[in-house]
Design a protein around this ligand. Structure first.
Ligand SMILES: Cc1ncc(COP(=O)(O)O)c(C=O)c1O
Length: 394
């Protein structure tokens, strides 16, 4: 048998995906102005970004980036452990630890790398990693990279999580869950999962990429909103690229956790530190997220307005209290067609299809932001209503 030619095989897989109507396509956004996006010569109202608090274009965040770039240049020039760890990184880590009520925090260049690095440092071959079926891809990939036994439980099923832990009682175990699920918008049953972990002697890790800034007092995230702290959830990961409007991520927890990650998390060690100006911008974003609570209040009011309007129209919203308000459509082609019809009416909304979500659960991932206005929500609802009334609509 001749060897498979790798590029041919890849091209064949891409063609297969295209035939299934599941090809992913890139779009160039020429300009962004709050939630408004210019693309293909048109100006569209976006309901697809993760800029939940509208901080990506906050004047103080932009000013902090410019100031630090003027002073320090663009690149960090090295990995953290050589000479890339600058004052801006140290100050941001301190602010993140304080905000989330933890001893220390450690920056990573992306959330994907933070999850890979944390799982790979904590887990060894033979350990157990129990995860919610709907966890983000990078948590799943991290467990596989670590060589741990990956055991998944049905979405938000606490008894299922407990059973998975009990199935391997003698191995060291980590239970990892999204705090807010990225494609569904619902919040994990954190108090119940924490109780299971205490009972079973497992360590709980929460990826709060979509909770930080949005939920909890002070925007400290889903763990704080559940009344839990570092003792119950020893490992917190969150990103800087969503509600904080920047880019990058961090892990926060005990001094022992952070010291260990610094030694053993390969995606932390063997990569260039994020630009110091980006860390300075993220620090300004943390301050704005904490102090400008009107952003959280406005977002909550917009979420309530959208949900009430959608309920009146009889739309199949999912039970989500967060800025992620998916509209379940089922069929991938229907989701794509609906997103295209919305685009014709001036809205940009992401159609999420398999393999990102399970087969038969394609949806529009509608995301709201404090940068939206009430009228924006009303216009979207009006467009959804018009589409529903079109002949052939489901
Ligand atoms: C739950 C969750 N974790 C991690 C990530 C990865 O973060 P980043 O975009 O910073 O790599 C994402 C999305 O991007 C996410 O939704």
């Amino acid at each position: 048998m001749p060897r498979s030619e790798l590029l041919h095989r890849l091209a064949a897989e891409t063609a297969r995906r295209e035939r299934a109507g599941l090809l992913r396509r890139l779009r160039v956004v020429e300009h962004g102005d709050g939630p408004w996006l210019e693309t293909g010569g048109r100006r569209l109202l976006g309901f697809c970004s993760n800029d939940y608090l509208g901080l990506a274009q906050h004047p103080q965040v932009i000013a902090a980036l410019k100031r630090a770039a003027d002073d320090e240049g663009v690149g960090s020039t090295s990995a953290h452990l050589i000479c890339g760890h600058r004052r801006e990184h140290a100050m941001l880590e301190e602010a993140l630890a304080e905000w989330t009520g933890r001893e220390h925090a450690l920056l990573f260049s992306t959330g994907y790398m933070a999850n890979l690095g944390t799982l790979q440092a904590l887990l060894q071959r033979g350990d157990t990693c129990v995860q919610d079926k709907l966890n983000h891809a990078c948590l799943i990939d991290g467990a596989q990279l670590a060589g741990a036994e990956l055991k998944r439980y049905p979405h938000a099923d606490v008894a299922g999580a407990s059973r998975q832990l009990q199935s391997r009682p003698d191995s060291a175990a980590l239970l990892a869950t999204d705090g807010v699920f990225s494609m569904d918008g619902d919040v994990a049953p954190l108090r119940e999962l924490a109780a299971v972990c205490t009972r079973e002697g497992a360590t709980l890790m929460v990826d709060d990429a979509h909770g930080l800034g949005v939920l909890g007092d002070d925007g400290a995230g889903s763990i704080r909103a559940a009344g839990l702290g570092q003792r119950e959830v020893p490992v917190l990961m969150a990103t800087l690229g969503k509600a904080l409007g920047c880019s990058g991520a961090f892990v926060a927890g005990s001094a022992a956790l952070i010291d260990g990650l610094l030694q053993f998390a390969r995606p932390y060690i063997y990569t260039t530190a994020m630009p110091p100006a980006l860390a300075a911008a993220a620090l300004a974003a943390v301050t704005a997220a904490r102090e400008e609570s009107w952003r959280r209040e406005k977002l909550a009011a917009l979420i309530a307005r959208f949900r009430a309007g959608a309920a009146e129209l009889g739309l199949a919203l999912m039970p989500s209290p967060s800025a992620i308000q998916p509209l379940q459509l089922g069929d991938a082609q229907v989701a794509l067609d609906t997103a295209q019809a919305l685009e014709q009416r001036g809205f940009l909304v992401g159609a999420i299809r398999p393999p990102t979500v399970p087969k038969g659960q394609a949806r529009l991932r509608i995301t709201l932001s404090a940068a939206h206005e009430e009228a924006d929500i009303d216009h979207l609802l009006q467009a959804l209503n018009e589409l529903r009334r079109m002949p052939g609509a489901g």
